[in-house]
Design a protein around this ligand. Structure first.
Ligand code: F0G
Length: 456
């Protein structure tokens, strides 16, 4: 069959808020023109994030009923630990309440002021946790990623030569570990090949440096490898994931993505010394090491969800959905990052709004227009989220002005996505009307969450 169907049917429904344009304009003004500050019951199709927004399966809900809420050594923890160990092979596994808690523990224990952490693309929370302890987060995306529109495979790869140069330079001795993010969320949800991870690993081995995988979307990455990397089609997604993790010394994970859960995460490593430090800080801020800030039922949901994410039928449907939207937008002449990512379609807001400069925050203008037009909530990944700010208040724009339409897992149907495409098409036709924005109020870091905007 050519038609790839949702490999599930719907057992429970949740009403979608349908709102009028005037209502949406008023809500947006009240929210300081920042869609993060909207009430969700004013949003019709919510593509703000794929994080924690997925629909759980009946098997996950059934497992949650079994949740063992014992403070220490619960059977739910054992189920979680068994599954995470089967997939990752790590010796030490620590549950955390979400990905950034794992990042914070890693940064607080392994980094000092002045350290440098390379990554193919740090996500905002990873960068913020690294900078919070006075270290520097450096992005080393591969050359091919600079061209947003070239449909090159594995554009999430790290620039291995740049990593080598960094490690050979004076900064090299200040690199305590290297990270690699699968898939590269801030770079368009693009995958990283096994070949690239192996090449990174061998450079790091030569310099005696450990590798940490930011594994949020490890199963989507495994599917890209399965489909596109020579020789990998014969391996299962689980085997590919196992090989990815076998190349690393540790991992941070947000189970809100490929854990198919609404909350949770983990930190994992092989090294006993690292594990002692992780455990001590975990107990101080997250909880006892067998629950780490999660309820037993959350651990159960994640244990089931991690394996469901490695189901090839699920991944085939998920990737087909993203490609369906990407294909429809491309046919309409809407500029998007090519190829489509694993969890999202990224609009190129700079190309979408050629009349706006980076300092006009074209991504914010586009996000707001999508909300007013159709009640669709997207997110800016441009100069508001990633622009660098100097001590004197000056700003260096981000390399790209992107708007992400993230796809919650197993939530929306094809007709919902047809509606999204129609909304984008209407905004695209009237794109000259997208307005510049200015920041009226902002926080010192992670400003995109709470900033308030006004017209320029
Ligand atoms: N790393 C990556 C690559 C991420 O995409 C995220 C979260 C995190 C780490 C942090 O995980 O949210 O569980 O603390 N990304 C979400 C997003 C928020 O919308 O892309 P968390």
């Amino acid at each position: 069959m050519k038609t790839i169907i949702e490999p599930f049917r719907i057992k429970m429904t949740e009403a979608l808020p349908l709102t009028a344009r005037g209502d949406r304009e008023a809500c947006l003004a009240e929210a300081g023109h920042n869609v993060f500050l909207l009430d969700a019951d004013r949003v019709t199709i919510d593509l703000l994030t794929d994080s924690g927004t997925g629909a759980m399966s009946d098997r996950q809900w059934a497992a949650m009923i079994r949740g063992d809420e014992s403070y220490a050594g619960s059977s739910s923890w054992r189920a979680f630990e068994r599954t995470v160990r089967e997939i990752t092979g790590f010796r030490h596994i620590f549950p955390t309440h979400q990905g950034r808690a794992a990042e914070r523990i890693l940064a607080a224990t392994r980094l000092r002021a002045g350290d440098v952490v390379p990554n193919n693309g740090h996500f905002d929370t990873t960068r913020a946790n690294i900078e919070y302890v006075g270290a520097q987060a450096v992005n080393l995306p591969c050359e091919a990623s600079r061209d947003l529109h070239a449909p090159t495979l594995f554009k999430g790869n790290m620039d291995v030569a740049a990593l080598e140069r960094l490690l050979d330079s004076e900064s090299g001795e200040h690199v305590p570990f290297c990270m690699i993010t699968v898939t590269n969320n801030s770079g368009g949800g693009q995958p990283v090949s096994l070949e690239n991870i192996r090449a990174v690993r061998s450079v790091l081995d030569r310099h005696g440096k450990p590798l940490i995988i930011d594994a949020c979307r490890f199963a989507e990455n495994a599917f890209f490898i399965h489909e596109n990397e020579p020789g990998q089609a014969r391996n299962s997604l689980l085997e590919i994931a196992q090989e990815m993790f076998s190349l690393a010394d540790g991992a941070t994970m947000s189970a809100k993505k490929d854990g198919l859960a609404n909350i949770g995460g983990f930190l994992a490593c092989h090294d006993d010394g690292w594990a002692d430090e992780f455990r001590n800080l975990l107990i101080l801020t997250e909880g006892f090491p067998t629950y780490g800030g999660l309820a037993g039922r959350d651990l159960e949901a994640i244990a089931v969800g991690l394996m469901e994410a490695l189901d090839p039928d699920y991944q085939r449907y998920r990737h087909a959905t993203v490609e369906y939207v990407a294909g429809a937008l491309t046919a309409l002449g809407v500029p998007i990052v090519q190829p489509a990512g694993g969890h999202a379609v990224f609009l190129d807001a700079a190309a979408f709004c050629p009349h706006l400069a980076p300092r006009d925050y074209p991504g914010i203008g586009l996000v707001n227009a999508l909300y007013v037009e159709g009640g669709v909530r997207a997110v800016e990944l441009g100069s508001v989220m990633f622009g660098a700010r100097g001590a004197d208040g000056s700003e260096t724009p981000a390399p790209h002005e992107l708007v992400r339409l993230a796809f919650p897992r197993r939530v929306y149907t094809q007709s919902h996505f047809d509606y999204v495409v129609e909304t984008i098409a209407m905004v695209h036709r009237a794109r000259d009307a997208i307005r510049p924005h200015r920041i009226i109020r902002q926080a010192p870091f992670l400003r995109h969450f709470t900033a308030r905007f006004g017209p320029a």
